[in-house]
Design a protein around this ligand. Sequence first.
Ligand code: 8YV
Length: 319
Amino acid sequence: MIKPRIWITRRLSDATLERAQRDYDVVINYEDTPGTADQIIAASAEFDGIIPCHSEHFTAEVVAQFSDRLKIVANHSVGIDHCDLQALKDRGIFVTNTPDVLSDATAELAMLLMLGAARHAVAGDRIVRSGAWDSWSPAFMVGKQVTGARLGIIGMGRVGRAFAAKARGFDMEVHYYNRSALPEDQAYGSTYHDSVESLLGVADFLSLHCPATAETTNLMNAERFALLPQGAVIVNSARGALIDETALMATLSAGHVAAAGLDCFQNEPGGNPAFSGYDNIFMLPHIGSATKQTRDAMGFRALDNLDAFFAGQTPYDTL
Ligand code: 8YV
């Protein structure tokens, strides 16, 4: 039987590539450079399926230039803001993602961001590393305590719930905003707020876990930062588009928001160069799901979706 021809746009985990090579006629971009619009358009004529990352952009303009061969885009990501879903669906192309498998890794990273932002990780690391640490005082690098504090979560999907579970280990009082309240057996005693504004008022720590959509672009803007309690800490392990970065710097400079932990930025890769002037922004380069275990699970989930599709079934994670 002729194997379906698949393009893997980036260097996925070894186990994923091994399985893909066993089961498919596969072309792998070992150079690991982001796929360009021209490459994606050309691939639509050469491949039956693509496993892209969030670095490949399937815009309406790109999809409009597609040939007819491509049948499925099996994303190696849970976020699909790099795909114009409607444009792909209109061409009859299946689109899948990789939910569940990255929730714990991403929630772990959100915890790291929260703790690092709250406890001066940037300035603390620098002063030791640079050899400039020459004194100590009880007033030195005093941070904000996480244990027992009120945590606000925007977006109580899989990652939001995984983060809430870890936060309960720190005895945090969990509040959340979501389109709808969770059933009691999933809420574990956390408090539902029916508006973002209501949530912000109690969010000593605020963590974002919602997708980037037209509605959530600049979700956290100057007005909403002002609603946070004085000294709040904000964490973003979801998407950079959720935060108005100019407004974030303004509230940090004014001392209203105390610190931020960010794994994602409006501009990626690269981030916001102006953030480097803020020691109270603890930053990582979009590595929320970057553990070996999770990378394997993401790759396998994308392949499970391809396998189902080419076996004539509807892939489990069809969007
Ligand atoms: C991934 C992510 O690293 O899954 C997502 O939506 O943002 C990240 O966890 C990346 O998208 C992999 O393609």
